[in-house]
Design a protein around this ligand. Sequence first.
Ligand SMILES: Nc1ncnc2c1ncn2[C@@H]1O[C@H](COP(=O)(O)OP(=O)(O)OP(=O)(O)O)[C@@H](O)[C@H]1O
Ligand SMILES: [Mg+2]
Length: 233
Amino acid sequence: MNSLLEIKNLSAAYGESKVIADLSFKVPKDRIVCLIGRNGVGKSTTLKSIMGLVKTPSGQISYNGEDIIKLPAYERVKRGIGYVPQGRDIFPRMTVEENLELGLEAGGGKTRKIPDYIYELFPVLPLFAKRKGGDLSGGQQQQLAIARALVSKPSLLVLDEPTEGIQPSIIWDISKAIRRVNTELGITVLIVEQYLKFVMGISDYLYVLEKGEVILEGETDSLSQEKVQKMMT
Ligand SMILES: Nc1ncnc2c1ncn2[C@@H]1O[C@H](COP(=O)(O)OP(=O)(O)OP(=O)(O)O)[C@@H](O)[C@H]1O
Ligand SMILES: [Mg+2]
């Protein structure tokens, strides 16, 4: 199958401390892929490597057939990778609308107006357009962060633990929105998660990570939740 993103023999480090030594995995076009694993195995570091936010001394990150490993973060965003960091990272003192407008700029200004599909996917956002980001609930902030990454219509959406600290009803809203992003907008999705029920429900393919290495992978339908759970404990 055609890969939109392909990581090969990647290493990543903070200063002298190497967190990932030799990681390889693929994200096929048009699918929803999850990367899971216990705390501290290097999930966020993997996503930061894809975004160009951490040192990657060796390996390849090929996106749309181009090796992007040497490109600065903003160039990767311009090429169509939308990123929602762990902890969401919205601007609490700016309004919802202003937060979304920042996403337009990050996308290189291809689009000037917040597209209608954003408000259709997340109906709570137009209601709170003039409210400060910091006044939204955790789940609403997560929706805002995802929306901000989507305003410039990326071809790959990368999410770091979108369910972390969020109440169950909003988790399922977010799950539905991500599915629609995939099926209706044709955006490929890579999600880092620890919440297994969410992962088993949303992903087509999954990788289990341990100390920066893939220890299990497969079509989600072919894996039992028990087996995956065991690999994570
Ligand atoms: N800025 C940093 N400087 C030094 N070490 C770091 C830094 N960020 C993370 N690490 C270390 O790198 C390792 C992997 O961290 P990472 O955040 O990628 O894990 P994770 O799988 O995302 O964990 P979690 O599930 O808790 O989010 C950990 O040992 C962590 O302590
Ligand atoms: Mg993390």
